[in-house]
Structures are given as C-alpha cells and as structure tokens.
Design a protein around this ligand. Sequence first.
Ligand code: URA
Ligand code: SF4
Length: 208
Amino acid sequence: MDASTLIPAQADLPALKQAAAGCTACELYAPATQTVFGTGNPTAKVLLVGEQPGDVEDQRGLPFVGPAGKLLQRAVAEAGFGQGAVYVTNAVKHFRFELRGKRRIHQTPQPEHIRACTPWVGAEIAAVHPEVVVCLGATAVKALLGARYRVTKDRGELLKYTGPSAEPTMKALITIHPSAILRMPDDAREKGYADLVADLAVAARAVA
Ligand code: URA
Ligand code: SF4
C-alpha cells in the first residue's frame, strides 16, 4: 500500500497537509508523534527534500527545526536564498526510531517506507511547482531520482528532474544531507559545510 489513495486530486498545500495528518499507509505512523509535512514558500522556485523528521521535528510538527535543520537554514541563507524563498519537506513524513531506554535513536527509513510515502512529496511538488528539486542525501535521491544516482558521484550538478510530478523543464540537484555534516569528524566538517553551500548556490543561481 502507498499513500496515493489518500491524496485529494488538485489539492493545495493546506488540504494535502490535512490529509497527510491522518496517513496510516505504512507502519511508521504508529510510534511517531505526528505527520511532519513540508513548510515554506508555497510558490518556491526551489523545493528541498530531506530524509525524514528527526526527534525534534517529530515533537514540533515542523521539518528541519532541530540541529540538522539549523545547519541547513544557515547554508540556505549563505547560498544566496532570501528569507522565505524555499519550501522544505521530507521524503518520509514520520520519524522512524528505535527506543534505547528513554532515548529515541534515528533509524534510516527502509525502501517500503520510502515507497509508501513518496506520493506525498510528489503531491507537494505538483502544488508548489518548483523549478529545482533539491535532494538532500540518499533517501531523497532514492525517493525522487532512483538508484542510478549517487550523492557522491552526482552532487552539485543541475540534472533533469524525472521523479513524481515531473514537468519537462524541472531540474534536480543532489547534495549531502545536513545530518551527515554534523556526523563528520571535526577536521572535515568545515569543508563539508562549504561543499553543501556551494551545491545549494548552484540551485540559487539557476533560479536567480
Ligand atoms: N533531517 C531530515 O531529513 N529532515 C528533517 O526534517 C530533519 C532532519
Ligand atoms: Fe503515511 Fe508516510 Fe507516515 Fe508512512 S511515513 S504513515 S506513508 S505519512
């Protein structure tokens, strides 16, 4: 089963968000707090897609508001996007975690979760109609571009976007996930961050 049967036709973002709030198309809804839908400029030229909400996002109901989100927001601004220029969302809309004591440890979503959830991001892309879809990390790449692409090999270049709700002129851009930068050893993090900013700047220039 996937989420496509739950998606109202021609829906705007508020209607999609409301429908997604009740999604039970995969097992991830049960242990999580809430569906975390996308947010930002509803007519953005650039739409950014992460992996899934983290612990903080799950509690607050907003994407990219935890540590990785802070880093991403800083990088987006540094890449040349104005305040409120972009739309941000995730490939998977419920937090997948494992309980260790009281701690909720992030777990990467599995192919069946990605498959189940991708119709939601497809509907967001149809509603926002961006010129560039930015895939942050491997999960977004798998969801939107498929297994032919690799973050390390294909990052930082404008590609043709061929994923859900694609239109002929839409571009895709692959870059690293901000969480991967937070996990880098101290001596690599500065370069990792600069590379993320440089990739995002390619998208910013494409829509300037
Ligand atoms: N990581 C993601 O991929 N998405 C979020 O919303 C937060 C962290
Ligand atoms: Fe639905 Fe996606 Fe949540 Fe699974 S992760 S229940 S498909 S919104």
